[in-house]
Design a protein around this ligand. Structure first.
Ligand code: FES
Length: 80
């Protein structure tokens, strides 16, 4: 079954961090992986949710690095 990614989708299972939590943190300036992990605790336990490289079995449908990429494309990060 395909995972549905919406606001309540749990991106990080270890720390129960949702898609909305991640997007909110990005909007508040957590525009790199380290700041995002600090702000939300996502990715700070098993690490599977950090990136596809950390999750070879693709247990998570989306990863923090992909969300950061998407957010940048959508202009959520103001980079100089
Ligand atoms: S799923 Fe995010 S740290 Fe384990």
């Amino acid at each position: 079954m395909e995972d549905v990614i919406n606001d309540i989708y749990t991106v990080c299972h270890c720390n129960e961090v949702t898609y909305k939590d991640i997007i909110d943190a990005i909007k508040n300036g957590a525009c790199d992986l380290e700041s995002l992990m600090d702000a939300t605790n996502a990715g700070t336990a098993c690490g599977l949710c950090k990136s596809i490289q950390d999750d070879p079995a693709e247990k998570r449908a989306i990863h923090l690095d992909e969300l950061l990429e998407k957010a940048k494309l959508e202009g959520l990060c103001n980079e100089e």
